[in-house]
Design a protein around this ligand. Structure first.
Ligand code: GLN
Length: 537
């Protein structure tokens, strides 16, 4: 078993997760079985209780784990199916240790960060190694070297490496080489200092991934190699990508990162075959068609809040050889300025998941606009609830219809709390979570897109379609074409008399990959492209 530990230096947001994922792509394409794991130093048990403003998207796994968005990159870039073992927070580590302490497992001992917390961290690496049966475990340590809260994780991986043996462990440090305009050059000092910090803790990196805006020349690489005590070939340039994050594996391959890794770990494997990946990147750089998609949300100013949604839309574009311009529309702007100005030029409208009342009316206006103007609409989770409320109010004329999440006293609660949510009082990890089966109606557009009648999709919600209104909706042309196999829970709706109006209670975006675009996104982009094309004729 081989291990790669990925740390980050100088600043956050360098794309450590992306780099780890891209390395995963290369190693998988060399025929190795990899798995990826993320350690997050914060004290929350999982990111499920954090606002997107704090943490970006919460990425949901098949088993219902609410995890860091880097796990989304791992699943999109590789074939790994992740489980809750793949994301560990300080909160989980402390919870486990404190539970053991109360049980008396450490009876007589003083419970301490070293060795009890660090042992527990190492246990998780071993547990994943055993469960995954992977050749290589890539473990990313969140945060930046020098953070106080990250220290137990760094100590744990240092100890782990000591026991695992020299040929079996690589430390890869992702660092920043800034371009200083006034000097007109790239500067290596922050990298040197960050590596010094790591070495103080007892970790000497084997590989440095240098994030930079401009290319690293030979001299600079030599300098970094000398001052950081890393072999010349271990100094890897990772320049900002021009077009797409999916260029990163190819970029790192050109830098021979995977060669270096295999050499250090004594792995004899063929060179990776990346032709399919090159084809993906070609379609992203020079697509044959173009389309613009409006994403109507409330966190649109944040880069990361709808990460998987944006990625899945781009995958839908790849499937149609179509470059997608994503127009982020603030739902509150629609409330203020009306839909025409903001939505008129779009090929399709997407309303993603969300919680809380702000912007809800703007999203309802957007759904109405899409329905009435026959503009393709894709609703995800809250986006399906929005479509339901809109249809209730404007087609069924159920005045003040709403979700009880936003108006507990609505006369028409077309969306209400799920029965088994009514007894839930704790907030963490208590929604309807993870992969569930959905049965699609024969003859529906959704089943035609999937090419299947039973699909597994991931969930994260507390509210549901209120079955008391089912007949009225169905009779008026709002088809509930996806349901749990017991028929109790509405999972997919569509309006058959519309070019593309589909919404799901689940989150299809979590299962889309650049090389396996999700069928709903593929269909949505195809419809949006047809709509724009039609308009120009
Ligand atoms: N707030 C809604 C619910 O809890 C939708 C959740 C979501 O979009 N993920 O049901």
């Amino acid at each position: 078993m081989k291990y790669i530990f990925v740390t980050g230096g100088v600043v956050s947001s360098l794309g450590k997760g992306l780099t780890a994922a891209a390395l995963g792509t290369l190693l998988e394409n060399r025929g190795l079985k990899v798995t990826l794991q993320k350690f997050d130093p914060y004290l929350n048990v999982d990111p499920g209780t954090m606002s997107p403003f704090q943490h970006g998207e919460v990425y949901v796994l098949d088993d219902g784990a609410e995890t860091d968005l880097d796990l989304g990159h791992y699943e999109r870039f590789t074939n790994v199916k992740l489980t809750r073992l793949n994301n560990l927070t300080s909160g989980q580590v402390y919870q486990t240790v404190l539970d053991k302490e109360r049980r008396g497992d450490y009876l007589g001992k003083t419970v301490q960060v070293i060795p009890h917390i660090t042992d527990e961290i190492q246990n998780r690496i071993r547990q994943l190694a055993e469960q995954s049966k992977a050749d290589i475990v890539i473990t990313e340590i969140g945060g930046t070297t020098g953070d106080i809260e990250g220290l137990p994780f760094l100590e744990a991986i240092r100890e782990f490496a000591l026991n695992a043996g020299r040929d079996n462990v690589i430390f890869m440090h992702v660092t920043y080489v800034p371009f200083i305009k006034a000097a007109g050059e790239l500067k290596t000092k922050p990298t040197q200092q960050s590596v010094a910090k790591l070495r103080e803790i007892g970790i000497a990196p084997h590989i440095l991934i240098c994030r930079c805006e401009k290319p690293l020349d030979k001299e600079l690489r030599q300098k970094i190699s000398l001052f950081c005590n890393v072999p010349y070939e271990g100094v890897i340039e990772e320049k900002d990508v021009d077009h797409s994050i999916y260029e990163v594996p190819l970029m790192l391959q050109r830098e021979r990162l995977d060669d270096m890794v295999c050499k250090l770990l004594n792995l004899e494997t063929p060179l990776p075959n990346m032709t399919h990946w090159q084809d993906i990147v070609r379609k992203l750089i020079a697509p044959r068609h173009r389309v613009s998609i409006g994403v109507v949300g409330k966190y649109i100013e944040l880069q990361d809040a709808y990460k998987s949604v944006y990625e899945a839309v781009i995958h839908g574009g790849i499937a149609n050889d179509c470059g997608v311009e994503i127009v982020r529309v603030d739902a509150e702007d629609i409330e203020r300025d009306g839909p025409d100005k903001l939505l008129k030029s779009l090929g399709g409208i997407l309303v993603p998941g969300g919680f809380g009342e702000r912007g809800i009316e703007g999203k309802i206006i957007a759904a109405r606009y899409a329905r009435e103007h026959k503009l393709p609409y894709l609703g995800l989770c809250l986006g399906m609830q929005i479509a339901t409320i809109e249809f209730a109010r404007n087609v069924l004329h159920l005045e003040k219809a709403h979700s009880t999440e936003f108006d507990p006293n609505t006369p028409h609660p077309v969306i209400g709390l799920q029965e088994d949510q009514k007894k839930v009082s704790k907030k963490g990890g208590t929604m309807r979570l993870g992969s569930q089966v959905c049965q699609l109606t024969v003859g529906s557009k959704a089943s035609a897109l999937y090419g299947a009648f039973f699909v597994h999709e991931r969930h994260r919600h507390r509210y549901e379609f209120n079955n008391a209104y089912r007949d009225r909706f169905e009779k008026a042309g709002f088809s509930i074409c996806g349901n749990t196999p017991d028929g109790k829970l509405a999972e997919v709706i569509e309006i058959p008399d519309h070019p593309f109006y589909i919404a799901s209670q689940f989150h299809p975006e979590f299962q889309s990959k650049p090389n396996q675009p999700h069928p709903l996104f593929k269909g949505f982009i195809a419809a949006a492209h047809a709509e724009m094309h039609h308009r120009t004729l």
